[in-house]
Design a protein around this ligand. Structure first.
Ligand code: NAD
Length: 394
């Protein structure tokens, strides 16, 4: 048996081509992996009527999966398989590193962008607690809210107002901010920035900042603004468990609107950013845009003992079977996976090979050429093979 067992989900659309390209590159590093291939594309799900049980069983057994994108049909049957897997496996932390590689097409080419976005994956407006305008239960909810002595009322029509609920919990916030600090410590990162909109949403985002500060204190972080720590007690459950960073990690806060502007103006100043589900979704795409777009943006979802590694992008179905799309995002996701498996040397070699192929700019897909119609652009597999040659030193 090989050293590592990994579930490989080829997905659908351009997913299978990207999975094949990525597997080649991982295998070229020499790391011994038994790939447990699990079909879970839209065709399989439509035929079975759900995500096959074998997929979840395989991930639960192996605890690590590399996943290509899966299409979400709009307005039909099942909800997003991606969200379903994260919820079933309680993968509460979504991690998206954004690092600029020399040679990518980006307005930030000369800026040393190297940040990591840590997004809470289970709470917030994504919890799916929604009330449709016109439904009787929605009118009941609005009547109840208006009858409570909060001093606030929903003043619009009982049957013309939709409502979405935003739950943010103490335990969910602690868990993700703790994760962000652990990530910062184990990856020699210097700053953790907590992002929300606490000036407007006092009871959800206000709670988020309170818990962020308590976790930061438990890690012995240095507060950029010292007064933020006044009156805050370190998170009692983490004291004694969290590694004391002795002020070597700095904690700061940004409101989401300011964070967007800061990232556009001076992204090189940011390091680890931890935020709620919806803000994280939006910042992910913003950050992907800084470093060259979806074709190069990797990601991972972590639970307590299970992880799924996947690109930020979707299944790009219009390019299915054309050997055309960029494999970099999934290959860099596999680099994160190798690090997670403890194969740091292989991870470093894989990233260096990707970086070198991009910098040369020859064996790259159409989206990485200065002109998207450049006839010298290579296909998905050819770019992967160029990366394999670099790994093997040829
Ligand atoms: P998409 O990411 O598939 O495509 C957006 C744009 O980016 C398209 O122009 C596409 O051609 C381009 N693009 C995407 N990946 C690329 C790559 N590797 N190289 C070059 N160009 C690339 O987003 P979409 O069109 O909104 O979604 C398509 C399907 O994928 C939807 O059903 C969506 O729900 C699903 N989706 C799945 C995941 C996932 O599996 N984690 C994530 C996002 C979207």
């Amino acid at each position: 048996m090989a050293k590592h067992q990994v579930t490989l989900i080829p997905g659908d659309g351009t997913g299978p081509e990207l999975a094949e390209a990525t597997r080649k590159c991982v295998d070229a590093t020499g790391v011994q992996i038994d790939w447990d291939v699990q079909e879970c594309g839209i065709e399989v799900i439509e035929a079975v009527g759900k995500v096959p049980d074998s997929v979840l069983e395989s991930i639960r057994k192996n605890k690590v999966a590399l996943k290509s994108p899966i299409t979400t049909p709009i307005g039909k049957g099942f909800r997003s398989v991606n969200v379903y897997l994260r919820q079933e496996l309680n993968l509460f932390a979504c991690v998206r590193p954004c690092k600029i590689f020399h040679g990518v097409r980006s307005n930030y080419q000369n800026s040393a962008v190297d940040l990591v976005l840590v997004r809470e994956n289970t709470e917030d407006l994504y919890a799916g607690v929604e009330f449709q305008a016109g439904a009787e239960k929605t009118a009941d909810l609005i009547r109840t809210i208006n009858s409570l002595a909060t001093g606030r009322k929903i003043g619009t029509g009982l049957d013309t107002t939709g409502v979405s609920i935003k739950p943010i919990s103490v335990e969910g916030t602690r868990r993700i901010v703790d994760f962000a600090f652990r990530y910062a410590v184990s990856n020699q990162r210097k700053t953790v920035t907590s992002v929300c909109k606490a000036n407007i949403m006092k009871f959800t985002d206000g709670l988020w900042y309170d818990e962020s500060r308590a976790v930061a204190l438990a890690y012995g972080a240095k507060f950029e603004q010292e007064d933020l720590a006044e009156g805050v007690k370190p998170d009692a459950e983490l004291v004694g468990k969290a590694q004391d960073t002795q002020g070597k990690v700095v904690y700061n806060e940004r409101l989401i609107d300011n964070m967007c502007m800061q990232l556009v103006q001076k992204p090189e100043l940011y390091d680890v950013i931890v935020t709620e589900n919806l803000y994280g979704d939006i910042l992910s795409d913003l950050c992907a845009g800084l470093v060259g777009g979806l074709g190069v943006a990797p990601g991972a979802n972590f639970g307590d003992d299970t992880a799924i590694f996947e690109a930020v992008h979707g299944s790009a179905p219009k390019y299915k079977g054309m050997n055309k799309v960029n494999p970099t995002a999934l290959i860099l996701s596999a680099k994160l996976m190798l690090d997670y498996l403890g194969e740091h040397d292989a991870a470093t070699r894989l990233e260096a090979a990707v970086s070198s192929v991009i910098a040369e700019g020859k064996d790259v897909t159409y989206d990485m050429k200065p002109n998207r119609n450049d006839p010298t652009a290579v296909g998905t597999q050819e770019m992967a093979e160029a990366i394999c040659r670099k790994i093997r030193g040829k």
